[in-house]
Design a protein around this ligand. Sequence first.
Ligand code: SF4
Length: 514
Amino acid sequence: MNVPRGDGRLSHDLDPQDQGPKDACGVFGVWAPGEEVAKLTFFGLYALQHRGQESAGIAVSDGSKILVFKDMGLVSQVFDESSLGSLTGHIAVGHARYSTTGASTWENAQPTFRATGHGSIALGHNGNLVNTAELADLAAGLPGSRPQRNRAPVTNDTDLVTALLAGQTGENGEPLTVEQAAPLVLPRVKGAYSFVFMDETTLYAARDPQGIRPLVLGRLERGWVVASETAALDIVGASLVREIEPGELIAVDGDGLRATRFAEARPRTCVFEHVYLARPDTYISGRNVYLSRVEMGRRLAGEAPADADLVIPTPESGTPAAIGYAEASGIPYGSGLVKNAYVGRTFIQPSQTIRQLGIRLKLNPLKEVIRGKRLVVVDDSIVRGNTQRALVRMLREAGAAEVHIRISSPPIKWPCFFGIDFATRAELIANGLSVEEIGTSLGADSLSYISLDAMVEATTIDKPNLCRACFDGSYPMELPDPAVLGKDVLEKPDGGTRPLLATGPGAADALRRL
Ligand code: SF4
């Protein structure tokens, strides 16, 4: 049962200058008889809040029925003791959303829910699919025996997969169970996906063959947990068992845990998780994210030294790399900027006067630290450059003698289709400008980026096993025509007449026009 509460408004970011990369969802699932699974899921999502701040939801099963509660806003805004207390059962899946396909509305909040021939299914998704139009055509062709249940309007890629899992039939037209349907449906799904889903009795988790987004398996004393990041296991007291492998499907119920493979693993995990997306206390492929970021800073200092008095981070995401830069360069480290951690986490629209304050809503300079200093400012990435331009201006106004910007990832020149909402190619400042020109555009005394190889080496993961497409344009899979990509592909006015995918060499050329 879906329980609508919100009015579909967006969660507004108070800082109009904040054009940084946006994450694309956190997922959490638990199977644990005798535990308060809704509360465990709440705290799991709480630890994953950085991955999506637009809406949150939890689905719970008591073995006979699934209840879904979701709304717009932060996890702590959506749930309270009362709502969590009403979600009783022993299986739960949860989701914190940042929208990539499908607008930020209540209808598109997750977990998605569909009736099946055997009961129902609820599903949460981290990632973004690239064959949405193809999946929409597949869903439209589902057998007509249960049209009303499985042909409700679909406005996001996740709900398409839910509809396909719900609507599969066997050779004689009999409805398949979710566990029977998953190995048939998942190989048809292309793009980035870490799915957690459930029927009335079983918790499932599946990861795309490239393993682009993270997904880990954890153990509770009385059950099992799956989550986007290891940090979400820590908060509920679960121990890390292992990563869910690319191309693997996990099922957990009263008979135990079953692991099967629906596709061969071709690992291309997202390098940007190491740079920015994941929490620093998370482990990916056995590597602690904080250590990778510190190492990126060290290598950045070796590649791009600066004659300066103080290294400061752009908090919080630039902090580990700034520590590494300071260590390797011998330049003292300091805090020159104070971040208001709660900006952007409100439904209140900023007034025009407040909008004009721009970056000051989010960051405020410590004048006593900055005045008269030659600064190295370390940040994780530059997307459009608006934030850094405002930052340089603010630091100069606060009395900085010089501002040298150092970035712990290479220039972002290509869009991401796998769950990170950078910008279109035309909006990326590194698309068409040299590093020197970007530095001039930002008003900095100097600008340098880490090299691709140094960033990759800092992760300790083999380069061929990493997606780094936003930096070098080498996408981990063939992409369809841009006409059938995009956030609103299912919500365009001509929604029912989309073309089939146009994959092939022409797709890359079409992509360059983005
Ligand atoms: S394009 Fe960039 S952000 Fe997207 S999955 Fe690949 S490395 Fe990650």
